[in-house]
Design a protein around this ligand. Structure first.
Ligand code: C2E
Ligand code: MG
Ligand code: MG
Length: 406
């Protein structure tokens, strides 16, 4: 079987608004599996046996998602990705291969750097539930939310903030908060995982979300400001493409009681950074105005050593995936130690996110990591709850009274 297309009449009507997935794999059984599973999940499927056919059918089939193998007789998956990149601005790619998981993750990062929208890869053998979950997550999270919907939500004040405290690991002293966007819709709360990826594909919308979050945080400053309390806001790297960013952020704070020095800009999705000179210039201008800059999700594919060389950052934020495996995986332990040392060498403070247990907190404290954030200290909360949390926290931090006074 070379090609199979699942549609009611085996040709697709232009009015067919169902989601389309293209499977590119030289394994007959795998193509049959995807055709069956995705077809049952309501998707239109085109399964082809190699890159040449895939590239040929790209424009006519216009898939929402491509499931791509990494090895073909004449071409490897990375070469396919580089051919796809300029032609697939709206298509998401899921790599699916039986190769070493490290290689699969690296290939995913290569794809992201090429500008392809990469979803979580599927290691082979692929379980039916995993494929269905990938397709459903795409359907729920990506397809349903559109940029105009996000804009409208901001205009109507439906995107509000939850604040998660950060504390000094050595002394327990409150260090400030991270402001996290929460979209309140019909009694439900839509998490950033569902709408931030949509925002981060659009420069204008990324800037709009940043100023929205900053002005809300400025209006709610009484809730989070403390002696040394700063508010961290997430900033997609896409925002750095606009040289007017420092001016725009200063204007956002005009007439409020807060200053740039009250904010930390946590830079996310740095995989999309393209012009290092521009990035350095804009970040330096932000620093001159008083904003602190942090590299978020440090250690993942999005944020790397390469950036540290040119970026004037005050802080690196160790990704929570390393913290989660700190006690069980020797490699995470070594990597976190290196990140803490690196931060200190660069005169940047180190923040560990996703701390869920005292054992993790203690280990990070022993490594001299500066600041901690995570459910162990506090979950993200509404601004009104912060005062109560701070009162309780100051009177009894979880690791006992001996270091609470520092
Ligand atoms: P992030 O900046 O790394 O934020 C930390 C995320 O970890 C938050 O998820 C937080 O709720 C979660 N978290 C905190 N402590 C723990 C813990 O102990 N265990 C676990 N498992 N998770 C913990 P959230 O709020 O769902 O945000 C997810 C991501 O969405 C953020 O990751 C950030 O990259 C993005 N995001 C959130 N708000 C905004 C925003 O206003 N603008 C932009 N551009 N991105 C945002
Ligand atoms: Mg963050
Ligand atoms: Mg993070």
């Amino acid at each position: 079987m070379i090609e199979s297309l699942v549609t009611p009449s085996s040709s697709m009507s232009p009015l067919d608004e169902r989601l389309r997935v293209m499977a590119v794999d030289d394994d007959d059984a795998f193509r049959a599996f995807v055709t069956r599973v995705a077809g049952r999940a309501g998707w239109v499927v085109l399964a082809v046996d190699g890159p040449e056919r895939a590239l040929g059918a790209l424009d006519s089939f216009n898939p929402h998602v491509i499931l791509l193998d990494l090895t073909f007789p004449d071409m490897d998956g990375l070469s396919v990705l580089s051919e796809l990149a300029p032609r697939c601005t709206d298509t998401a790619v899921v790599l699916s291969s039986g190769c070493d998981p490290e290689v699969l993750r690296s290939a995913n990062r290569v794809g992201a750097r090429l500008g392809v929208r990469m979803l979580e890869p599927l290691p082979k053998p692929v379980m039916m539930e995993d494929l269905v979950q990938t397709l459903q997550a795409f359907e729920a999270g990506e397809h349903a939310v559109t940029p105009p919907m996000v804009r409208k939500a901001m205009d109507e004040g439906a995107i509000q903030l939850a604040y998660q405290p950060k504390v000094c690991l050595a002394s327990g002293v409150y260090r400030g908060v991270e402001a996290l966007a929460r979209w309140h819709a019909d009694g439900d709360v839509i998490s950033p995982g569902r709408f931030v990826p949509v925002v981060e594909r659009d420069e204008g919308l990324s800037l709009r979300l940043l100023t929205h979050v900053m002005s809300r945080a400025a209006a709610e400053a009484d809730a989070w400001r403390g002696l040394s309390g700063r508010c961290a806001v997430n900033m997609s790297a896409l925002c750095l493409s606009d040289q007017r960013l420092p001016q725009l952020l200063s204007e956002t704070l005009k007439g409020t009681t807060v200053k740039p020095r009250d904010f930390v800009l946590e830079l996310t999705e740095t995989a999309s950074l393209q012009n290092p000179d521009r990035v350095e210039q804009v970040l330096t201008a932000l620093r001159i105005r008083g904003f602190a800059v942090s590299l978020d999700d440090f250690g993942t594919g999005h944020s790397s050593l390469l950036h540290l060389q040119r970026m004037p950052v005050n802080e690196i934020k160790i990704d929570r995936t390393f913290v989660a495996t700190l006690l069980s995986d020797m490699r995470s332990d070594q990597i976190v130690r290196l990140m803490v040392t690196l931060g200190h060498t660069l005169n940047a403070s180190t923040v560990a996110e996703g701390i869920e247990t005292e054992a993790q907190a203690q280990m990070l404290r022993d490594m001299s990591c500066d600041v901690g954030q995570g459910y162990h200290f506090a979950r993200p909360m509404e601004p009104e709850q912060l005062a109560t949390w701070r009162k309780t926290w100051t009177s009894q931090p979880p690791w006992g009274p001996s270091i609470s006074g520092g």
